[in-house]
Design a protein around this ligand. Structure first.
Ligand code: DAH
Length: 344
C-alpha cells in the first residue's frame, strides 16, 4: 500500500505538470482528490493495516494529499499566467484587477461657500461685480465718506504699499467702482479678499473674505435690506433661521446697522457658539449715505440704496462647524480632503 501511494504521488506530479490550461488542472484535481479518487480509496483501506501502523500511514496519505494540492495550485497559477501572456499583443488585461485610481482635486471650503452665496444672490437677481485687491485711498476710504483721521486708516490697521496704494480692507471699495461705472438701477454683490493688519487668532486673519452687496434704485428702503438679509439667512442656513439688525455706525451708511442671524447651533436658546446671546453677528449694513452718492454724482433726492458686507469665513465656519479661522488658511490636506466630494 505504501508503494501504491508513492506511485500515486509520482503519477499525480507528472500529470499535473503536463496540464496546459485551467480545464486540465480541474480534471486532474478531480481525478486525484475527488470523492472517487485512489487517494480516498486508500483511506478506506486503512482498516486492512494492523492498528499500530494505521496512524503513520494515515499521516502519509494526508501529506500526499497536501503535496498534490500544492502542486495543483502552483500549476493553476502558471497556466493562467501563461494564458494571459500569450494573448494578443503579448500583454493581456485582467479585467478583474482593481483599476489605478488617480486622486481628484476638490474645492476649498471657502470657495464652496462663496459659490453657494453667489447662487443665493444670483437667484434673487443680483449680478456679480469685481474690484482690485490693490486699491487707493479714494476707493477704500475717501469715497466711502471716511474722515481723514478715522482709525481704520492707521498703519496699524491697513496695509499700505510703498507707492502709497493699499490692500483693500473691505469689499465696500467695489460699491464705489460700480457706482462710478454704471448708473442706477444697481443690484450687485462682490465677493473677494480683504486685508487687515490683524494678528491671526480663532476669529481673525490678516487675509479674509467678504461679500459686499449694493442695491440702488428709486424707492429702496430699509425694509428691502432686512428682507434681503432674512431671505439670504433662510436659504443659506435653513427656513427657520431668523435675522435682526441692531443700530451701529459706518461712515458710508446712514442709518447703519449690524446684522445678526439666530444662532444656527442652538436655534436661539443660547450656547457657547453664540456666547449665550442666541444671535450670531454676520456683518455690517445700512442705507447708502447721501455723501457717498454725492461724490459719485448720483442724485440722492431721486435714488436711495442699501448695502451690506458679510464675512465669508464666518459663514463657512458656521456651516462646517470649524472652530478656528486659521484652519481655513493652513490648508492641511487632511482638512481639505474632507471637502472633496463637494466640488461641482
Ligand atoms: N465694510 C464694512 C466692514 O468691513 C462692512 C459693511 C458695513 C459693508 C456696512 C457695507 C455696509 O456695505 O453698508 O466692516
Amino acid at each position: 500500500m505504501r508503494e501504491q501511494l508513492n506511485e500515486l504521488v509520482r503519477q499525480a506530479e507528472s500529470d499535473i505538470l503536463a496540464c496546459q490550461n485551467p480545464n486540465d488542472v480541474m480534471n486532474v484535481k478531480a481525478q486525484y482528490l475527488g470523492k472517487k479518487s485512489l487517494l480516498n480509496g486508500l483511506f478506506a483501506r486503512l482498516r486492512e493495516l494492523p492498528p499500530e501502523e494505521r496512524p503513520a500511514f494515515g499521516n502519509q496519505i494526508n501529506e500526499s494529499r497536501n503535496r498534490i494540492e500544492a502542486l495543483l495550485e502552483a500549476q493553476s497559477t502558471k497556466v493562467k499566467e501563461a494564458a494571459w501572456n500569450t494573448r494578443e499583443g503579448g500583454k493581456a488585461t485582467d479585467m478583474s484587477m482593481p483599476g489605478i485610481t488617480s486622486s481628484r482635486g476638490g474645492f476649498h471650503p471657502l470657495t464652496i461657500i462663496r459659490r453657494e452665496i453667489d447662487d443665493v444672490f444670483l437667484s434673487m437677481g443680483f449680478e456679480i461685480a469685481e474690484g482690485p485687491d490693490i486699491e487707493d485711498d479714494f476707493h477704500n476710504f475717501d469715497a466711502l465718506n471716511t474722515p481723514a483721521d478715522h482709525p481704520s486708516r492707521n498703519l496699524a490697521d491697513t496695509f499700505y504699499l510703498e507707492d502709497g496704494s493699499l490692500l483693500r480692507s473691505q469689499t465696500s471699495t467695489v460699491q464705489i467702482r460700480v457706482m462710478e461705472s454704471y448708473p442706477p438701477p444697481i443690484r450687485i454683490i462682490s465677493p473677494g479678499r480683504c486685508y487687515r493688519n490683524d494678528k491671526p487668532d480663532p476669529s481673525h486673519s490678516p487675509v479674509f473674505h467678504q461679500v459686499e452687496a449694493l442695491v440702488v434704485d428709486k424707492g429702496i428702503s430699509l425694509a428691502d435690506m432686512t428682507d434681503t438679509l432674512s431671505q439670504f439667512a433662510s436659504i443659506m442656513f435653513g427656513a427657520n433661521v431668523g435675522s435682526r439688525i441692531r443700530p451701529h455706525f459706518f461712515p458710508f451708511t446712514e442709518p447703519s446697522a449690524e446684522m445678526d442671524i439666530s444662532c444656527v447651533v442652538c436655534g436661539g436658546a443660547g450656547c457657547r457658539v453664540c456666547k449665550h446671546s442666541g444671535w450670531l453677528e454676520m456683518g455690517g449694513a445700512g442705507m447708502v449715505d447721501p455723501n457717498v452718492f454725492k461724490t459719485l454724482g448720483i442724485d440722492s433726492e431721486i435714488y436711495t440704496g442699501f448695502a451690506f458686507g458679510l464675512g465669508i469665513e464666518r459663514i463657512a465656519m458656521l456651516k462646517y462647524n470649524i472652530p478656528d479661522m486659521r484652519i481655513l488658511f493652513e490648508n492641511d490636506l487632511r482638512m481639505l480632503r474632507q471637502f472633496k466630494g463637494e466640488s461641482r
